[in-house]
Design a protein around this ligand. Structure first.
Ligand SMILES: Cc1ncc(COP(=O)(O)O)c(C=O)c1O
Length: 377
């Protein structure tokens, strides 16, 4: 039996996708499933998304791209990760669409394609101000000319990545403007009718003018992020659970965990949870976080340890060894989601979610019966 596990409510994912598709209208949803679908599980998430009509997925590693092709063979897989020269052959053979970000990377892929006697469909990434990956926007003209001349490449798309949202200042608008200029420049080098995509969740939620032909939401589809001006409502569908492995009644002043940083403020019951920082429950949550037991929020008592976390269950608690503990999710009328936990830790829900370390993912709710022929939500 696993010490901690994830439960996925795929019906909620389907509702999230439907909400995003409705907002996007004619723009295509390119669903970001990097890092094992933000740790929700690449296979269950991509299969459900495909059932809901998502046709393009964005991955961060060649391994993920190949796994996705195996799980959803019809999917278009956009690979936005780094590609070392050794992976060029695999990219060419697996039919994934690499996003080109540098000349050496593009050349390696083109050469591998020429050797294989083919041309590889590619998108080009323009760095309009994120300062991370991509061809710098001011110098994009000569770069696009060089790429257009590479015999092994067939460039069909162009993209950029926003550093912040439109409600965080004027920079997003400046990035969008730079992107438009580069797209116009690409046309002058013979790269016309490119599929354009730029918006991540934050920008997509706030600004429809930059949807272009496609948008690349990630966290929104996992139920987090700001609702934004477009009022796109999505809900989290990953719950993270564990169990109480010991419950004990202790007197007032009883010390708890390393360095005795917690002392029971009164006679109480302590519950030891089978999850610690090695499982992804950050040590930053020592004496800070909460978990749900018996439908109640119970504070973390003392330091989080490698494999265990102790909760103050309260003197009246009737919890017993073996009871289920909700670390992220819902129990009774109470809820704790990754954004709240992120605030306790001073981080973002992306990090909370991707830090969870368990291989045990269970698909739970299925309110809507699945018909074999059903392809749209
Ligand atoms: C290139 C790219 N596009 C889109 C996204 C999705 O971002 P978000 O989850 O904020 O929507 C990411 C995520 O890191 C990304 O790296």
């Amino acid at each position: 039996m696993s010490r901690t596990w994830i439960e996925l409510d795929l019906d909620t994912l389907a509702e999230n996708i439907r909400a995003a598709m409705e907002a996007a209208g004619r723009a295509e949803i390119l669903m970001v499933v990097k890092s094992n679908a933000y740790n929700h599980g690449l296979a269950p998430v991509s299969k459900e998304a495909w059932r809901c009509g998502v046709r393009t997925f964005v991955v961060g590693t060649v391994e993920e791209a190949v796994a996705l092709k195996g799980t959803v063979p019809g999917a278009k897989v956009l690979f936005v990760g780094s590609a070392v020269a050794e992976s060029a052959r695999e990219i060419v053979q697996s039919g994934i669409v690499p996003v080109l970000y540098s000349e050496p990377q593009a050349r390696a892929i083109s050469e591998a394609a020429v050797t294989a006697g083919t041309r590889v469909e590619c998108h080009v990434k323009i760095d309009t101000g994120m300062g991370r990956m991509g061809f710098q926007w001011e110098k994009a003209g000569p770069a696009l000319e060089t790429l257009a001349a590479m015999r092994g490449l067939r460039i069909t798309g162009i993209c950029t990545h926003f550093a912040s949202g439109p409600s965080d200042g004027a920079f997003a608008a400046e990035q969008a403007e730079r992107f438009r200029k580069v797209v116009a420049e690409a046309a002058r080098h013979g790269l016309r009718n490119l599929f354009r995509h730029a918006s991540n969740s934050t920008v997509f939620c706030d600004e429809g003018a930059w949807d272009f032909e496609g948008v690349r939401p990630g966290i929104l589809l996992y139920g987090y992020g700001r609702q934004g001006a477009r009022k796109i409502v999505t809900k989290p569908f990953l719950q993270w659970k564990s169990r109480l492995v010991q419950v004990k009644e202790v007197p007032s002043g009883f010390p708890v965990s390393y360095d005795s940083t917690y002392r029971a403020p009164r006679r109480t019951r302590l519950g030891t949870v089978d999850a610690g920082y090695a499982d992804g429950f950050s040590r930053m949550l020592s004496n800070k976080g909460f978990m749900l037991v018996g439908g109640r929020r119970c504070p973390v008592a003392g330091r989080v340890t490698m494999n265990y976390t102790v909760l103050d269950l309260g003197p009246e608690s009737s919890a017993r060894e073996g009871d289920e503990v909700v670390i992220i999710g819902r129990q009774g009328g109470e809820e704790i989601w990754a954004d709240e936990m992120a605030a306790w830790r001073g981080t973002i829900p992306y990090e909370v979610l991707t830090n969870i370390l368990t291989g045990d993912r269970r698909v739970t709710a299925s309110r809507t019966p699945r018909l074999p022929h059903q392809t749209q939500c």
